[in-house]
Design a protein around this ligand. Structure first.
Ligand code: SF4
Length: 121
């Protein structure tokens, strides 16, 4: 059985085909570099994702401020992490890189601010 993937590691977006035999990877073809093979192997064993979103900013010039994960997390944890993030509120002022949640759910990824936002004066 073959499974096809589009590598998302870089903008080249290589189309990669993995040949499987009973869940075991027999071969990987179509990747222009080694990262593609590693990406497909991870997708087949423990797919991970990162994402960005926004949280409420209290006392700021804008009502929301953007945040992101510092490292990809297992795909099946995205809903739980997203829910936890949306329960957070930041207090203005905030700065890029400021940690909102450290080691979220023990997954080894922090949630950080991605935009400077000043206090409403
Ligand atoms: S296989 Fe390599 S070159 Fe192709 S998209 Fe993935 S990282 Fe980029």
């Amino acid at each position: 059985m073959n499974r096809r993937f589009t590598c998302i590691v870089c903008p080249n977006g290589c189309e990669i085909t993995a040949e499987l035999d009973g869940g075991k990877i027999v071969s990987v073809a179509g990747a222009r570099c080694k990262k593609g093979g590693a990406y497909v192997r991870q997708e087949l064993t423990c797919p991970r994702r990162t994402f960005s979103t926004s949280i409420i900013l209290e006392g700021g010039k804008l009502p929301l401020v953007s945040v992101r994960l510092t490292k990809p997390i297992p795909k099946e944890k995205i809903f739980a992490v997203n829910e936890l993030i949306h329960r957070q509120k930041a207090q203005a002022p905030v700065r890029i890189g400021q940690i909102v949640l450290e080691n979220v759910l023990g997954l080894g990824s922090d949630v950080i601010i991605t935009k400077n936002a000043d206090r409403l004066s």
